[in-house]
Design a protein around this ligand. Structure first.
Ligand code: PHE
Length: 347
């Protein structure tokens, strides 16, 4: 190997051993820079005879070209390595299983309320919602509760540390019945002075509160009020509407229903509605599903309507209990614990 080949080989080796572009440029300077070894060889040639200049000059330039080619090759491979490293650093691992967005679902009570709304909706009932913090008048007085009725007591009803304009404590509504009054009053006011008033047909589902807590009672629970008022609405309409509701809700005709005499201040006569399935796990057991009755004339008056002209019925049922019966849940508290293992079963 002559000296030039040796020079090319060592330059090549140094370039290949340069781990970074900066070190590569330093190595380049040692060979083809201003005072690099190739440059020195060319300078030394200046004083040589013409013949030598020609052949040796051509050889040195040849060597220089090869060194430049080696430099360029190394530059490219360093740039390429850097690009590869960058791509690796920014790489997305597409083989990783995706993180899926958990899909939400409806609570069994929400499903039940939607079902109730759909069934009564198909029978021409409007759906109304109202406040959970109520006045004494809406929760009790307008509903014909006497001043000393036990429902008004602190043992049964939660009170809020705020008073209404009349100086009475506000309550967390113990039932949805105040919505009868709110809805009927708004309806009556809207049609005041008109010769005829369209019938009132509404259900009002929502949260209700009572001082009560065990396996079958939760201090917060749900009710759904129903009200149908017109000029000629009778108890038989209540029976047919409610039995049709039960039939559609449980998707069966295989049950008996009874209207058991009861008492509510706001209805007269009053009845508890019980049903008993004729087959299935609950066969033969009477289950109380609603309170109901013909709306008391005093309450119709509080709607702002004439009780001599308008008559009808109301009922109140518990969507929580209906959900438990429909899904076979035996402890009410499961409904409100928020345990996903329980809730996921309904979605
Ligand atoms: N509000 C009654 C209750 O909470 C239920 C009911 C509603 C009864 C309407 C009659 C009419 O028990």
């Amino acid at each position: 190997m002559n000296d030039l080949e040796q020079l090319v080989a060592t330059a090549q080796a140094e370039f290949d051993a340069s781990p970074t572009p900066a070190e590569l440029e330093n190595a380049k300077a040692r060979y083809i820079g201003k005072s690099g070894r190739v440059t020195e060889l060319l300078k030394a040639l200046a004083s040589a005879p013409v013949e030598v200049k020609k052949t040796r000059g051509a050889e040195i330039n040849q060597a220089k070209l090869r060194i430049e080619a080696a430099l360029q090759a190394r530059r490219e491979s360093l740039a390429d390595a850097e690009l590869q490293a960058q791509l690796r650093a920014e790489a997305l691992d597409v083989t990783l299983p995706g993180r899926r967005r958990g899909s939400g679902g409806l609570h069994p009570v929400s499903r039940t309320i939607e079902r109730i709304e759909a069934i009564f909706g198909s029978m021409g009932f409007d759906v109304a919602e109202g406040p959970e913090i109520e006045t004494d008048w809406m929760s009790f007085t307008a509903l014909n509760n006497p001043e000393n009725h036990p429902a008004r007591s602190m043992q049964d009803t939660f009170y809020v540390d705020l008073k209404d304009e009349g100086g009475r404590w506000l309550n967390l509504r113990p039932h949805t019945s105040p919505m009868q009054v709110r809805y009927a009053r708004a309806h009556a006011a809207r049609h005041a002075g008109a010769a005829t008033m369209p019938e009132i047909r509404v259900i009002a589902p929502g949260r209700t509160y009572r001082v009560d807590s065990d396996a079958t009672h939760s201090p917060m629970f749900h009710q759904c009020e129903g009200l149908w008022i017109g000029e000629n609405v009778s108890f038989k309409d209540l029976k047919s509407v409610f039995i049709e509701f039960v039939r559609q809700f449980f998707e069966t005709d295989d049950f008996d229903a009874r209207f058991r005499p009861s008492y509510f201040p706001f209805t007269e006569p009053s009845a508890e509605i019980d049903i008993a399935f004729r087959s299935g796990p609950l066969a033969g057991r009477w289950l109380e599903v609603a309170g109901s009755g013909q709306v008391h004339p005093n309450v119709v008056r509080n709607y702002g309507l004439d009780p001599e002209k308008y008559i009808g019925f109301a009922f109140g049922m518990g969507p929580d209990r209906l959900a438990m019966l429909r899904y076979g849940i035996d402890d009410l508290r499961l409904m409100f614990d928020g345990d996903l293992r329980f809730l996921k079963q309904f979605n």
